[in-house]
Design a protein around this ligand. Structure first.
Ligand code: SAH
Ligand code: SF4
Ligand code: F3S
Length: 450
């Protein structure tokens, strides 16, 4: 009997990876993935706890699902609802208390046990909850992906975090830092390449802290892992995220210089441009350290572009601190960046700090910062016009005869191109900047492949 599984993913790319693996785990038990919640037999909300709004979204979604579940029960069938991810880990039993319609709560380290939990519910149990951090590696228990995710895929190589930035829930929801062994990652990467994947983004909450056991029994850093994976024939592009400035070692920087498959685009969150704030955040580096690091990376690979995350309105942040962030942004120059109002999270040290910043001040700072960041990303997009850029075509565009792909800098690029070019890297001359993408034309002849 086939049952329909719908997964709604919130939060970061690691959750996107986990959602794909949850589908792999459920597939042998007769669950096939659908892209519409209507008519699904099982709904998984793979949740994020990073900011209050992210967590609250889950409860409003559960509120909406209550009616659907009741309607289904009136017809004599059971709609199974599972909450996975970081809200599941952080709030566990509270979720069931607040939303009794939830059948299953499963943490990010134990979703390989989901089939047992589903079986328990099928046998008549009221609810099932598992938010352990088991000693046995979940990755050893995950089945191989059967279906091709498309030309671009994620691969989690590292999980968890030991940094304990004072604003952040990740060390609590994802646990201690852990690196998968090189051989295990390589098997997964080769399998994905066999399925037609051309671009692999290596994921970790702290991916550049990667220190996995290599086939030689030594501890390998991320640079070495990337050079190994770059040898896989089918793979044309490699990326990694998210990195912490403290963990960018010389070998990884050198990999940017030496490894052509490694894309010249690096997400390197700085959070703030003020030393006082960085210290209060427990980031473990100064503004000057970050600037020197950006210089070293740019010296290694001159065409590299940086992106970042910023938090405004961290407790105690003064106007001068905020202006220091604006100055740092002007000095570094980002191709793209994400910025957020500080959101106090339960159990984190900064949430108890006395000097919380008023929401209207946060809103003003966020809007000024976002204006500046938008100016920079728009200017970067305009600079691309007239350039010939390599694009990995991923899927058909909205208009017939058009494909959409990604530039090395993750910009969406549209061009008229035949479907046969999906999964190939072609050179495209950029002709126009659109709202959230670039438009271009295939350069002639279209034989330039990375
Ligand atoms: N591991 C990554 C970040 C993971 S969280 C790193 O160290 O950079 C992604 C982003 O969410 C962070 O970079 C930060 O900018 C933001 N963030 C995390 N906690 C937050 C909070 N409590 N309030 C607002 N933004 C937050
Ligand atoms: Fe959170 Fe800091 Fe760890 Fe990033 S490094 S996941 S921001 S605690
Ligand atoms: Fe959110 Fe968890 Fe990722 S809190 S950002 S889903 S690690």
């Amino acid at each position: 009997m086939t049952r329909k599984l719908f997964i709604k993913t919130y939060g970061c790319q690691m959750n996107a990876y986990d959602s794909a693996r949850i589908a792999d785990v459920m597939a042998p038990h007769g669950y096939s993935l659908v892209d519409d919640a209507m008519g699904a037999d099982m709904i998984v909300l793979n949740t994020c706890h990073i900011r209050e709004k992210a967590a609250e979204k889950v409860y409003s979604e559960l509120g909406r699902l209550r009616g659907v579940k009741e309607a289904r029960a009136a017809q004599g069938s059971h709609l199974l609802i599972a909450v996975a991810g970081c809200v599941a880990q952080a709030e566990g039993a509270e979720i069931i208390a607040r939303a009794p319609l939830v059948d299953i709560v499963v943490g990010p380290q134990v979703y390989h046990r989901l089939p047992e939990m589903v079986a328990k519910i099928d046998r008549g149990a009221a609810q099932a909850l598992d938010t352990e951090f088991p000693a046995i590696d979940k990755f050893d228990n995950l089945p191989e992906t059967k279906s091709a995710p498309g030309p671009s895929a994620f691969l989690t190589v590292q999980e968890g975090c030991d940094k304990f930035c004072t604003f952040c829930v990740v060390p609590y929801t994802r646990g201690a830092e852990y690196s998968r062994p090189v051989a295990q990652i390589e098997v997964e990467a080769r399998h994905l390449a066999d399925l037609g994947v051309k671009e692999l983004t290596l994921l970790g909450q702290n991916v550049n802290a990667y220190h996995g056991v290599g086939p030689d029994g030594e501890i390998w850093g991320l640079g070495r892992l990337i050079r190994r994976l770059a040898k896989i024939d089918g793979l044309l592009r490699l990326r990694y995220m998210t990195s912490h400035p403290r963990d960018m070692d010389d070998d990884l920087i050198a990999t940017h210089a030496d490894e052509a498959k490694l894309m010249p685009y690096l997400h390197l969150p700085v959070q703030s441009g003020s030393d006082q704030v960085l210290e209060a955040m427990n980031r473990g580096h100064t503004v000057d350290d970050y600037k020197r690091l950006a210089d070293r990376i740019r010296r290694a690979r001159s065409d590299i572009m940086l992106s970042s995350d910023f938090i405004v309105g961290f407790p105690g942040e003064t106007d001068a601190d905020f202006q220091a962030t604006m100055s740092l942004v002007r000095e570094i120059g980002y191709a793209q960046a994400f910025s957020f109002k500080y959101s106090p999270r339960p159990g984190t040290p900064a949430a108890c700090a006395r000097k919380q910043i008023a929401d209207d001040t946060k809103a003003e700072r966020l809007s000024a910062l976002q204006d500046l960041l938008r100016e920079q990303s728009d200017a970067f997009a305009r600079r691309c016009v007239g350039e010939a850029i390599d694009v990995l075509f991923e899927r058909p565009g909205r208009h017939a005869g058009q494909l959409v792909g990604r530039s090395p800098y993750l910009q969406a690029v549209h061009a008229r191109a035949p479907d046969t070019l999906i999964g190939q890297v072609k050179r495209v001359r950029i002709t126009e900047v659109k709202t959230n993408s670039l438009a271009g034309e295939l350069s002639q002849p279209c034989a330039v492949v990375n």
